[in-house]
Ligand binder design. Structure first.
Ligand SMILES: [Zn+2]
Length: 426
């Protein structure tokens, strides 16, 4: 048997260890929101990485929510291909009154499934990758290129733990984001949220309304709420226009939506509303950028405002993005365009085919992940992880053990295979 065959058999034989590791990850309660609860789990991950030959560092993204990055330098670092494995350690929230069959943080093994908060999104992906790295380490199979393991926080609440890793300069010839993809190889569309504000510099009492809107009232002013209604209407028209004019292979038509998700305005019943703010959530296609989409929306809304008798002198203002839904009420998930011709994507697809016995499926995620930050940073990336999206965030979140095992084999083979090839000469 080759070294690789031995290792793949070991995953079957030591499946109970893999499940035990996943159970340990699940037992750390890391839902976001509320977040700020990952320090214990991150310390566990950091120790685990150190135990299998990684140099690590950690830093607080927010107090109580540190990122951990481990680096294992290859024996031929710089000469052979490097790999980033990225996963988020926070999980979806558990709400009061959810009808779980078991404690969501005490993983249950039943009928070929594991059940618990985060098994599909995405502690399964993290457990499999850590276990694969452990087996490679124990087997003493040297890695020629570098492997970087990023355990990040805040993904569930739009906090850009992965952006911070990119900003710190971590880079590689390929990044695999092991988030929920049902073992499809995926890119993704992007999301940006923004606030649109309509504001009057004057504040009028409710008793002035007659003079604002009736013949001979002679008072020029407006309700910011009523003006915002025009903007909401305009955004709906733009959304329909996008549905008709934009498309991307693998994305359902019209998935580039503009959702008016939150509206806030007015003081109380004795005033004409002098300010109104609208929070919008914009989905765009993998071949677009958030900068470009935000600019298009601003231009369109400003066009509508300029045609309005009052708004032309009180143009709406825009604030886009943010790095936390908790702290700033704003987020960006950049898009990731999957490059099916990239050697890393091709090799991962081949290994998936060989090990699972099924052809790899390349498509577009129906959601957003940290994969976009790699696209944004110019690092070739692919989303590939166990678990189905319909189970992520769900009550009795589940993951097929067979799929977890297949994934662990593929990721092990990929780590070894990819780092055993020389970099393309520059
Ligand atoms: Zn996820």
């Amino acid at each position: 048997m080759s070294d690789m065959d031995e290792l793949l058999v070991a995953i079957d034989e030591r499946q109970h260890e893999l499940l035990e590791l996943l159970g340990t990850l699940v037992a750390y309660e890391t839902p976001a929101p509320p977040a700020r609860n990952t320090a214990g789990l991150q310390a566990f991950v950091e120790q685990y990485l150190q135990g299998i030959g990684f140099e690590t560092e950690h830093w607080d993204v927010y107090p109580g929510d540190p990122n951990v990055v481990g680096v294992k330098m290859g024996t031929h670092s710089g000469e052979y291909r490097s790999l980033i494995i990225n996963g988020h350690i926070d999980v979806a929230e558990v709400n009061e009154g959810e009808q779980w069959d078991n404690n969501p943080f005490s993983m249950v093994v039943k009928d070929g499934l594991v059940i618990g908060r985060g098994v599909a999104d995405m502690k399964g992906g993290i457990a499999g990758a850590l276990f694969a790295l452990k087996l490679l380490h124990e087997h003493g199979l040297p890695l020629l290129g570098d492997v970087i393991f990023q355990s990040v926080v805040g993904e569930e609440v739009g906090e850009a733990g992965t952006l911070q890793c990119c900003n710190k300069g971590y880079t590689a010839d390929l990044a695999i984001v092991v988030d929920t993809s049902d073992l499809h190889l995926q890119g993704q569309g992007g999301v940006i949220t923004g606030w649109i504000t309509v504001k009057s510099e004057q504040t009028f009492h409710d008793g002035n309304r007659r003079d604002l809107i009736h013949a001979g009232g002679n008072l020029v002013g407006a309700s910011a709420i009523e003006k915002m209604m025009k903007i909401v209407q305009a955004l709906q028209e733009l959304e329909r226009h996008y549905a008709v004019t934009k498309s991307y292979p693998g994305c359902k038509p019209g998935s580039n939506t503009i959702n008016p998700s939150v509206i806030e305005g007015g003081r109380h019943a004795a005033f004409i509303a002098d300010e109104c703010k609208l929070w919008i959530t914009v989905h765009y296609y993998p071949n677009e950028t958030h900068e470009q989409v935000a600019r298009e929306i601003e231009e369109y809304v400003l066009g509508v405002a300029r045609a309005d008798i009052w708004m032309k002198d009180h143009l709406p203002t825009f604030e886009w993005g943010g790095t936390s839904m908790i702290e700033e009420r704003g987020e960006i998930f950049p898009a990731l365009e999957l490059d099916s011709k990239h050697p890393g994507v091709q090799r991962l697809a081949e290994l998936h085919g060989e090990i699972s016995g099924e052809d790899a499926i390349l498509d577009v995620s129906q959601t957003v992940t940290d994969g976009g930050w790699f696209g944004h940073a110019g690092i070739p990336a692919v989303i590939y992880g166990p678990g189905e999206l319909k189970h992520a965030h769900a009550v009795n979140e589940r993951l097929s053990i067979d799929q977890l095992v297949t994934y662990t084999k593929v990721i092990l083979a990929m780590i070894h295979d990819w780092t055993s090839a020389q970099k393309e000469s520059a």
